[in-house]
Design a protein around this ligand. Structure first.
Ligand code: KIV
Length: 285
């Protein structure tokens, strides 16, 4: 595996094996059934730099509402937030395809509204794709965007923007009616031209069936290893939150380490053992 260093002066991972040659929509479509696609969320340039060499897709998820802004759900997230964070993630990466979530209220009214706002996201951020919820109900909109050159990722299952209608964040597909609806949504989204289908919080059997049914790669989050790839919220994966859903595996215990570092810093300040000589400016002698 290649080793990358980070060039913080240009905000790019460096050295680039093929400068600015990002993974593309066709190359990701071609990964169906092959090496699983690794996708993580990113909201800032520095985190994008760190994740980029290891990921195929960086998703600027509207989960930034809760993770960055402390909001109670994704519902209040605005287009301005998504554009600002999307641009930062594009500046901090060169390798992964960057996709940006369309926030609640920015695409549901009509295909035209969706096109205007998706075009704004791509123009202002430099990202290559958008992601929008809605399943079958959004199939016409997805086809409209795809026909006009806007690559779309479609999530189905536990779709957080529908929290008020779903009544919470419990996993989906426990009964036959829910199973049938998720499969119908998956087919509609894929047939409309989505290049990736995200299966979120669904039973393993449904993920397995959907992955066999649709032509595009499926990306699971709480949807088992049956999918063609996986996505997690990076802060969940790093262990920054005490409580995480069952499907999250913590690959680190970052919250503890941040707390320990902050305690060590505060202790050093109070003991006057920081700053030390090495951190003090003095005139050249
Ligand atoms: O907003 C988000 O971060 C997402 C992922 C969890 C898939 O949609």
């Amino acid at each position: 595996m290649s080793t990358y260093t980070l060039d913080t002066s240009t905000s790019r991972a460096n050295p680039t094996p093929a400068p600015m040659r990002r993974l593309t929509v066709p190359s990701l479509k071609g990964m169906k059934g092959g090496t699983p696609i690794a996708m993580l969320t990113a909201y800032t340039a520095r985190m994008a730099q760190l994740l980029d060499p290891h990921c195929d897709v960086l998703l600027v998820g509207d989960s930034l509402g809760q993770v960055i802004y402390g909001l109670p759900s994704t519902i209040p997230v605005t287009l301005e937030m998504m554009c600002a964070h999307g641009a930062a993630v594009v500046r901090g990466s060169y390798h992964a395809l960057v996709a940006v979530d369309m926030p609640f209220g920015s695409y549901e009214a009509s295909p035209q509204q969706a096109f205007e706002n998706a075009a704004r996201i791509l123009k202002e951020t430099g990202a290559a794709a958008v992601k929008l919820e809605g399943g079958e109900a959004m199939a016409e909109t997805i086809a409209f965007l795809v026909a006009r050159g806007i690559p779309v990722i479609g999530p189905v299952g536990l779709t957080p923007q529908a929290v008020n209608a779903l009544g919470g964040y419990r996993a989906r597909g426990r009964d036959e009616a829910e199973r049938a609806k998720i499969i119908a949504d998956a087919k509609a989204v894929a047939d409309a031209g989505a290049f990736l289908l995200v299966l979120e919080g669904v039973m393993e059997e449904i993920a397995d069936e959907a992955t066999r049914l649709v032509a595009c790669p499926t990306i699971g989050i709480g949807a088992s290893a049956s999918c063609d790839g996986q996505v997690l919220v990076t802060e969940d994966m790093l262990g920054l939150f005490e409580r995480t859903p069952r499907f999250v595996k913590r690959f680190d215990d970052f919250a503890t380490r941040v707390g320990e570092a902050a305690a060590a810093y505060a202790g050093a300040v109070r003991a006057r053992s920081f700053p030390e000589d090495a951190q003090v400016y003095r005139p050249a002698s």
